[in-house]
Ligand binder design. Sequence first.
Ligand SMILES: Cc1cc2nc3c(=O)[nH]c(=O)nc-3n(C[C@H](O)[C@H](O)[C@H](O)COP(=O)(O)O)c2cc1C
Length: 217
Amino acid sequence: MDLYEALYTTRAMRRVRPDPVPTEVIRSMLDAAIRAPSGGNSQNWRFVVVTDPDMRRRLGELYREAFAILRETVYKDLWERARQVGDEASLRVQRSSQWLAEHAGDVPLWLLAFSRNDPSGASIYPAVWSAMLAARGHGVGTCLTTILAHFKSADVFELLGVPDDRGWVLNAAVSAGYPLGRWGIAARKPVHRVTYQDRWGEPVPWEVNEPLYRPSG
Ligand SMILES: Cc1cc2nc3c(=O)[nH]c(=O)nc-3n(C[C@H](O)[C@H](O)[C@H](O)COP(=O)(O)O)c2cc1C
């Protein structure tokens, strides 16, 4: 697959079929992940691949509980306001997130990423994103989630048997499966509105009003 197609179309693909993700694809995702950079090349990461139906069901329950907390706290006002003003983009994310919460136990693959001794907290994300790009290359949709890490970390540690005295931190849980929907280019605020030239606040002398990559055909 073209590099730019992967970069531009790797969306939060939450709605996926329950069909298993082949081991070859899982291997490829992880093998791509560990090629990613980490601070000082420390590679202080561990990944847990969850495919066992009972483990997925239990993880799914935790995810649903975490989502309920999120909905009633962080996103309560935001999503209420989105409903009031008819902010369709936010409502789409809301519906899609809700779908994932309701089907979390049926998602065929969860990839959990842990790290330790990483004060920046940043070393794990290139690896996670590489796994997601590799999945995209195989036609597998993913969604990076952090609510399990925020709200249910201790339960996840217990469920997976992660030692809680070795400094491991749960950073992300990536859902993965064959998409129900279609791939598309992620809509974003235009780059010239979020980039400055040389000094904070100075506009760049160019604009990009349409994505510079367009899929052929
Ligand atoms: C750090 C981070 C945490 C996220 N956590 C969650 C999450 O817990 N649950 C979820 O459904 N999506 C989560 N997402 C996915 C975002 O909502 C998604 O990337 C964003 O809405 C853009 O989606 P799009 O690429 O399909 O436009 C997370 C994304 C990032 C980068």
